[in-house]
Design a protein around this ligand. Structure first.
Ligand code: F6P
Length: 329
């Protein structure tokens, strides 16, 4: 990495709390080590359009505590096309951007991987998504904050569920096939069950929950369900309808938490994670690392080749499923 070129930094895909802390860490570590940084706006869209400006240490002051991303973000259709990536490469050269730090989830790092295969660009990825679904890192930036938000919401819903003797199906977000938020928020909020893609079939999980006679010993029940984009046979509405139809005696309600899980001030854990990963991204560049995601495993920084981070499924710890089952009797 030449010091007369800029390190470009962008956030892409769904925003996640802690992205700003990562932008701050990347910018300040780069400047500390004698590099210049450009912030690229609206993810790959801005990379294509040349929407960037130099960032100073002051530009990233007072952002560590803010949710969202000061660089804005987008899901870029254009960058999925060869023409879009060609334009992005041309813009990078014109703007003297020699390396790219991409903060985002699976789709964003896939874009970085393809780009780096096609053009002589160095890309370093940072896992930024509430879904926690990237292989090779124990945690992604934004996951801990979202988890805490869900638990706070479910605690409130519990008051209503208990007061009215109701069953609540609470729908949380996920990324494709990842039930991390659902499974862990269920444990942390004392929910009676979680219905997640990784645990057998959806139908089995509902049957198990019902089969245990959920109203026999409890006056309320909370079931956490992952969202089911584009799939009618999933999501909280689907399960609530089924229970209403099959067990008309039960008082059933649905709460879909939606995008309120994505924003808000990052938790201390997310701020620390983002700071460590952002700092490590610049260390990786200085070590001449190419096309890797910086992650954390057993509290140590690790470099994961894009291929592994994106293509491998990150398994959920099956012990978590047992813990929830045993503790929700
Ligand atoms: O990947 C992050 C995420 O919040 C997923 O949990 C969810 O499926 C998706 O993004 C929602 O995307 P959008 O913001 O485009 O509605």
């Amino acid at each position: 990495m030449k010091k007369d070129e800029y390190i470009g930094i962008l956030t892409s895909g769904g925003d996640a709390s802690g992205m700003n802390a990562a932008i701050r860490a990347v910018t300040r570590t780069a400047i500390f080590n004698g590099f210049k940084v450009k912030g690229i706006y609206r993810g790959y869209e801005g990379l294509i359009a040349g929407e960037s400006r130099e960032l100073t240490t002051e530009d990233v002051s007072s952002i560590i505590q803010r949710g969202g991303t000061i660089l804005k973000t987008a899901r870029s259709e254009a960058f999925t096309t060869p023409e879009g990536r060609r334009e992005a490469y041309d813009t990078m050269r014109k703007e003297k951007i020699g390396a790219l730090v991409v903060i985002g989830g699976d789709g964003s790092l896939t874009g970085a991987r393809i780009f780096a295969e096609e053009y002589p660009v160095t890309c370093i990825g940072l896992p930024g998504t509430i879904d926690n679904d990237l292989y090779g890192t124990d945690f992604t930036i934004g996951y801990d904050t979202a988890l805490n938000t869900i638990v706070e919401c479910v605690d409130k819903i519990r008051d209503t569920a208990t007061s009215h003797d109701r069953i609540f199906f609470v729908e949380v977000m996920m990324g494709r096939d990842a039930g991390f938020l659902a499974q862990n928020s269920a444990i942390a909020s004392g929910a009676e069950a979680a219905i997640i893609p990784e645990d057998r079939t959806d139908a089995d999980q509902l049957e198990t929950f019902i089969g245990r006679g959920f109203r026999k010993t409890k006056n309320s029940s909370i079931v956490i369900v992952t969202e089911s984009p584009g799939n009618k046979n999933g999501g909280a509405m689907h399960y609530a309808d089924r229970v209403k139809r099959e067990y008309p005696g039960y008082d059933v309600r649905v709460s879909i938490l939606g995008h309120l899980q994505r924003g808000g001030a990052p938790s201390a854990n997310d701020r620390i994670l983002a700071s460590r990963l952002g700092e490590a991204a610049i260390q990786a560049l200085m070590e001449d690392q190419h096309n890797i995601m910086v992650g954390i495993h057993n509290n140590e920084i690790v470099y994961v080749p894009f291929d592994q981070a994106i293509k491998n499924d990150k398994p959920i710890d099956k012990n978590l499923i047992r813990v929830l089952n045993e503790l929700s009797i």
